[in-house]
Write a new protein. Structure first.
Length: 150
């Protein structure tokens, strides 16, 4: 890749490199998203979290755009994932199941290099969302400790 490229040309070069290295392209991402959500929607643990989705085609388009942006570095997605998930009352078990199912579908649909590429990003995203959406259960400071802390 040419280090002198900037802006859209650099992004396009990064995307081409990822496609060549992983075998993942836009069509593969859409097929993956459809397969993953077909499995996720029927999953006993995380399936109910998708009950509020009214327009599945719009949802698939939005999530495909998200994964295209994340996996291929296209820069297409401009949403707010943290805000989009805030109302779902997610727990650590939901993130663990999401990742497990994501891995299962990714390994079935992508080359080993492609699956690892997607899984690396999925793990980072899940960790970030979990940290942002689930408050830490810290012990309350006692009166004596609170007085010393201030």
């Amino acid at each position: 890749m040419n280090a002198d490229l900037e802006g859209p040309d650099r992004r396009a070069a990064l995307t081409r490199d990822i496609i060549e290295r992983t075998g993942i392209d836009e069509a593969a991402i859409e097929a993956f998203v459809r397969a993953f959500y077909a499995a996720a929607r029927t999953d006993a643990s995380i399936g109910p979290k998708f009950d509020g989705v009214i327009d599945w085609e719009a949802h698939v388009a939005r999530i495909t755009c998200f994964w295209r942006s994340v996996a291929l570095m296209t820069g297409d997605y401009h949403g707010q994932p943290m805000q989009a998930h805030a109302h779902l009352r997610l727990e650590p078990a939901h993130f663990a199941r999401w990742l497990s199912l994501f891995e299962e579908v990714a390994r079935a649909r992508f080359t080993p290099e492609g699956a690892e590429h997607m899984l690396d990003r999925a793990r980072r995203i899940a960790r970030s969302l979990e940290m942002g959406l689930i408050p830490l259960d810290l012990p309350a400071l006692g009166k004596a400790a609170a007085g010393r802390a201030g």
